[in-house]
Structure formats: C-alpha cells, structure tokens
Design a protein around this ligand. Structure first.
Ligand code: ZN
Length: 209
C-alpha cells in the first residue's frame, strides 16, 4: 500500500505491491510490522470509521456549499484519521458526514489531497483489475475492475476549482472514494460469487475483532 512506507522501511514494499492494494492491509499482517503505538493508533482510528451495515455508507452525500473553518477542520480530521488508519483514501461518508468530500494520499511523502464535490468527467477506455480493500469492510479484499485513467473536476477545501488527471493507483483511489460518496461499495462492483466470499470474510473479521 502506498502510505505503508511511512511506517517503516520494508524492502517488500515495492511499487508494484503498493499499486495492488488499496486503502487497507490485512490487520494481522499490519500489526506484526507496526510498533505498538502505531497499532493502537490504527485501532483507535478504525473504531471511528463506519463499517458495513451502517446505513450512512449507503447514503448519497450532499454537495458542499460552505467553505468555512468547519470544512477545513473536517478535512484535517479526515487526513489524520486516514493516516492513523494506514489508508490511502477516505470519504466523508465513512466518518458519518454526508458531505461530498474525500481525502487521499497515494505518495508516502506527499501531502494529503482533499477533493470537494468531485466529478469524474472523463474515464479512459483502458480497464484494469486490481485488489482493493476498504476501511469500512474489514477483512475484505476483492478484485475490482476500473478505468486506469480518469479526469476529475473538483473544488479544493478552500473552494478553488481544481482538475486532476489521474492514472493507476491515484485514479483507483479517487474512483473508490467517489463511489462512497454515492453510497456504492466495492461489494457492488464484483460478481455474485465474489460477493458471497467477501461477505464471509467480513463476518469472520467482525467476529474476531
Ligand atoms: Zn472504502
């Protein structure tokens, strides 16, 4: 995962590995590699993220129309939560806020990017299937097919128009988070058979933790 490298320098964290995993690592693997403080921070962050079954995750978020201190606070809280949870992206709906707002950071040393009222205005024809996890779906890792290239129009947290041309992991994270803002989960983007297995993994994860 992309921001994994901020926690430690593990030679296994190759670029390829980063690009195949989105948002979440298997908690057990993660815990073995993190120091106890980071494990505790991660657990605290995850406990504040809405999980499958919470109706808010199935609700379409509303456009943001006020660019004030409250919004800036929301963005910074989400950034901290995402980093503590060791995720690469987080949508406002995942913290129970029905704002069309998402944050992501795909480069370990990069700044957290916030997109307000994002619209995917163009997606390339080329598709790619890669494994995705979701902070709201513990234990679930599913192969999701998505366009490799997208162009996104949005506003920054201060209300300035912005346009992002994203490819690869960045494009995938943005699409995953925009889905959240529409009440869509990765479970909706896979086959019925895959969904059955994912639900089993989810139940097991919920029982064990
Ligand atoms: Zn997610």
């Amino acid at each position: 995962m992309a921001d994994h490298a901020t926690q430690h320098a593990d030679p296994r964290d190759t670029e390829v590995e980063s690009a195949t995993e989105l948002e979440e690592h298997d908690a057990e693997t993660e815990d073995e590699e993190l120091d106890p403080e980071a494990v505790a921070r991660r657990a605290a962050a995850l406990s504040r993220i809405r999980k499958f079954g919470d109706p808010v995750l199935r609700t379409r978020a509303r456009p943001v129309d006020r660019f004030d201190r409250t919004l800036l606070d929301e963005v910074s809280r989400m950034g901290v939560l995402m980093n503590d949870a060791i995720g690469v992206g987080l949508a406002a709906t995942q913290v129970g806020v029905l704002h069309r707002l998402l944050v992501y950071r795909v480069h370990p040393q990069g700044a957290v990017v916030a997109l307000v009222n994002p619209e995917i205005e163009w997606a390339g024809k080329e598709q790619e299937t890669l494994e995705e996890g979701c902070l709201s779906l513990p234990g679930v890792h599913v192969d999701v097919e998505r366009p490799v290239h997208v162009r996104v129009r949005a506003l920054t947290e201060t209300g300035a128009p912005t346009m992002i041309e994203a490819s690869g992991l960045e494009a995938r994270v943005i699409q995953h988070e925009v889905d959240h803002l529409d009440g869509i989960l990765v479970l909706d983007r896979i086959s019925r058979g895959q969904r059955k297995e994912a639900m089993k993994a989810l139940r097991e994860a919920q029982q064990s933790g």
